[in-house]
Design a protein around this ligand. Sequence first.
Ligand SMILES: Cc1cc2nc3c(=O)[nH]c(=O)nc-3n(C[C@H](O)[C@H](O)[C@H](O)COP(=O)(O)O)c2cc1C
Length: 259
Amino acid sequence: MKGFGPHMGHTGGFGKSDSPVIKALMARRSVRSYLDVPVEWDKIMTCIESGMMAPNAGNLQIWRFVVVRNLDKKKEIADACLQQYWMEQAPVHIVIFAKLEREEHYYGIRGTRLYSIQDCAMAAMNIMTAANALELGTCFVSAFDEEAISRIFRLPDGVRPQGVITMGYTDEKPTAPIRYRVESLVGVENYGMAMNEGQSGRIADKAAAVSTYRYAERFPKYLQDAMSDISKVTAKKRRKVLGKLLGKFKKKGEEKAEE
Ligand SMILES: Cc1cc2nc3c(=O)[nH]c(=O)nc-3n(C[C@H](O)[C@H](O)[C@H](O)COP(=O)(O)O)c2cc1C
């Protein structure tokens, strides 16, 4: 195989490690079902403080966080998140905002359109990793009506919502959604230059056989998971996403057949 290609399957053999950090990163999954157990305030703050230690442009720390535990407010948020009502039963929502003024002052459009989003995404990932370490489940939710969220929080000008993290104890153990194989996404020295077998950690024939098997085995499961995700959003969005998915997998099937 030359260059990048959308080959699905196992991410590769490099993810195995005894490091607790690597293990936690590999094991984290989006959780959408929570136990009715309150989350300790200390834990919420530890997660947010971990978020605040994330790298951020110029250390301007333009992120702002709101902790929501009030049921009515969580309902409003779930509604603003395109009717994702599963969010209501998460004991905690952490809503992340970007306060753009200083980012604009120092970095102009690049600050407001790029750095602010990257800053908040870095904080969000730290929050979710910390939550994972504290045995809390999370899901990052970013499909929302920005005006609706702005209304709920009476946001002043120059403050933009960036995402909602649902958080809570869970007994859900989501299976890992399928990821592209590492050699499909990683180039060497140049964009689109494929890795060789040594670099991708695969032995050609065996790997091809195993990945074909995995593809066949996991594809229906992947579609099933995708459908269940999709059923959580509005009917309109559902039709749109489904159309895209089917197109994508039709193409993938044709590519597979050609291989
Ligand atoms: C930018 C972004 C937006 C997302 N928005 C939503 C969302 O609105 N609703 C949802 O249920 N999950 C959302 N997710 C979670 C993804 O669906 C999830 O990360 C992806 O399916 C991979 O699954 P995993 O997190 O278990 O690895 C979002 C994730 C990201 C990074």
